[in-house]
Design a protein around this ligand. Structure first.
Ligand code: FAD
Length: 414
C-alpha cells in the first residue's frame, strides 16, 4: 500500500481524539520540508498525503494546536517545522482577530439574513444560487468541488480559495451565501477561519486585495486534474464594497479563575472537546452535560457529514470526561435540563470553556444567563494558548507570526 493509499483509507479520521492522535503520529514525518513544498497541491480526495486533514479535529479541539506544533517541532526542529507551524497559527490568528472584533461576526449574520431575504424574492438569483450549490454551473472544477464538499465535508485549502473566488467573481453570487454553504458543510466549519477566509478572497479583509482564481494556477496545482478554459473564469477581481470597516480591536476578555473544591457540572460544547487539559486537576466534577445535537452553524440544514462529525465528536468528549471523573455524561437539550442535572447532583457551579465568537457562543450566551439566573455560578475558562496568542491579532498575520517563538517559549513548546 502506498503512503497515499494509507492516508486515503483513513480520511477523514474518525471523529474522536484517539483517531486524531493517530493521524498526528502518522503525519508527523511529513510536517517538515515536504509540507512546505507540497502543501499547495490539491492531488484530489484520493490522495491527501501532503496535508494533515486534521482541521476537523483541531476545530473541535479533539486534538490541540499545541499538540500539532509539538509534533512538528519534535520531528523537524523549529526551522524545518516553520511552515507547518505558521499554518497552524493562521487558525489562531483568525480566531484572535475575530475575538477582538465581535461585530464582524454579527455583521456577517445580518448580511446573510439580508441575502437570504433577497434570495426568497429574486427567482433569477435563486436559480443561479441553486446551480452553484447543486454543482451544475458547467465549470467542471467548481462542480467537482461542490460535490466533494457535500460528500466528504472537506476541501483542500487551495480549492477553497478557487471556489470562493469563482463564486464571487465569476458567478457573481453574494459572498455570504458561499460562506454559509461552506460553514454548514465543512467538518471543520469555523466561524473565524471561514468568514475571514471568504472576506479575504473578496477584498474585505485586507481591504482592496482580492484573490483571483486563474485557470493556469488551477491546472498546475491540481496536476492537470482540472484544466478550465480561461474564458470560463472571471479575468479580474474588483474588491467587494466595504459596507462597514472592521472596527479597531477590543481587549481580549481573560478567562475566569477556577477555584477547586466547588461541586461543579462540567459543560462541554463543540468548540473545545478536550476537558482533560482544562487544568481542572482534582476538581469536584459531579456530572458532565452536553448538547446531543451540534448547534446550528447557518441559516438552513447542516451538511450531513459535518453534522455527523460534530455529533460524534461531542459524544467522544463527553465519554472521555465521564471516564476521567467517574461521573455520568448527560445529554441536555436546554438550560432547564442542565439546571436539573446540577441540582440532582448537588452542584453549585458550572465550569466550561469560553466559546469563541460564532454560533456556539451565540447559543451559549442565553444558556449561561439561565444557569446564572437559577443561582448556579458559571466559570468560563480560556486556554493558555489562546490567552497568549490572541492579543497579537491586532493587525496582519505578518506581525502576528513574529510573536510565535516568544509565545512558544512561554508555553514551554520546544
Ligand atoms: C474560503 C476559505 C474558507 C475556509 N474555511 C475554513 C474553516 O471553516 N475551518 C478551518 O479550519 N479552516 C478553514 N479554512 C482554512 C484552510 O483551508 C483549512 O484549515 C485547511 O484546508 C485544513 O486542511 P488541513 O487540516 O489538511 O490543513 P494543513 O495544511 O494540514 O494545516 C494544519 C492545520 O493548520 C490550520 N490551517 C492550515 N491552513 C490554514 C488557513 N489558511 N487558515 C486557517 N487555518 C489553517 C488548520 O487547523 C489545519 O488543520 C478556509 C480557507 C479558505 C480560503
Amino acid at each position: 500500500m502506498s503512503q497515499a493509499d494509507l492516508f486515503a483509507s483513513d480520511l477523514p479520521p474518525e471523529p474522536d481524539r484517539e483517531s486524531g492522535l493517530k493521524r498526528v503520529e502518522a503525519f508527523a514525518a511529513s510536517m517538515g520540508r515536504a509540507y512546505a513544498s507540497k502543501r499547495n497541491f490539491d492531488f484530489g480526495p484520493q490522495d491527501r498525503s501532503n496535508i494533515s486533514c486534521l482541521s476537523p479535529h483541531i476545530r473541535h479541539r479533539l486534538v490541540l494546536e499545541s499538540e500539532l506544533a509539538q509534533a512538528a517541532l519534535s520531528a523537524h526542529g523549529s526551522e524545518g517545522a516553520e511552515k507547518f507551524i505558521q499554518e497552524v497559527c493562521w487558525r489562531t490568528y483568525w480566531k484572535g482577530w475575530l475575538e477582538m472584533r465581535p461585530s464582524v461576526w454579527s455583521d456577517y449574520k445580518a448580511e446573510l439574513a439580508d441575502a437570504l431575504n433577497v434570495l426568497a424574492e429574486d427567482g433569477v438569483l435563486r436559480q443561479r444560487y441553486a446551480t452553484a450549490i447543486e454543482g451544475r454551473t458547467g465549470i467542471a472544477c467548481f462542480d467537482a468541488w461542490t460535490a466533494e464538499l457535500i460528500e466528504t465535508g472537506y476541501l483542500h485549502n487551495h480549492a477553497r480559495m478557487w471556489f470562493a473566488s469563482i463564486w464571487i467573481f465569476t458567478l457573481d453570487l453574494p459572498w455570504v451565501l458561499g460562506a454559509d454553504f461552506f460553514l454548514r458543510h465543512l467538518m471543520d466549519g469555523d466561524p473565524a477561519s471561514n468568514t475571514l477566509g471568504w472576506r479575504w478572497v473578496g477584498g474585505l479583509q485586507t481591504v482592496g486585495k482580492t484573490y483571483l482564481a486563474r485557470a493556469s494556477n488551477i491546472e498546475k496545482f491540481t496536476e492537470g486534474r482540472f484544466a478550465p478554459d480561461p474564458q470560463s473564469l472571471a479575468s479580474s477581481a474588483p474588491p467587494l464594497p466595504v459596507h462597514r470597516p472592521a472596527p479597531e480591536p477590543s481587549a481580549i476578555v481573560p478567562g475566569d479563575r477556577w477555584t477547586e473544591g466547588r461541586p461543579a457540572v462540567l459543560w462541554l460544547h463543540e468548540d473545545d472537546l478536550h476537558p482533560e487539559s482544562w487544568g481542572l486537576g482534582a476538581a469536584d466534577i459531579r456530572c458532565v452535560v452536553f448538547r446531543p445535537d451540534p448547534v446550528s452553524r447557518g441559516a438552513s440544514k447542516p451538511g450531513e457529514v459535518a453534522w455527523r462529525f460534530a455529533t460524534q465528536a461531542l459524544e467522544d468528549g463527553a465519554q472521555r470526561a465521564s471516564n476521567l471523573w467517574g461521573v455520568q455524561a448527560l445529554a441536555c437539550q436546554d438550560a432547564s435540563d442542565m439546571i436539573a442535572a446540577a441540582h440532582q447532583n448537588g452542584a453549585t457551579h458550572v465550569v466550561t470553556q469560553r466559546p469563541f465568537q460564532g454560533p456556539v457562543a451565540d447559543h451559549a450566551q442565553p444558556v449561561q444567563e439561565a444557569l446564572e439566573a437559577s443561582g448556579l455560578r458559571v466559570a468560563r475558562l480560556t486556554r493558555d494558548w489562546d490567552q497568549a496568542f490572541h492579543p497579537y491579532a491586532t493587525k496582519g498575520f505578518f506581525k502576528f507570526k513574529t510573536a510565535i517563538p516568544d509565545v512558544f517559549e512561554r508555553l514551554g513548546l520546544s
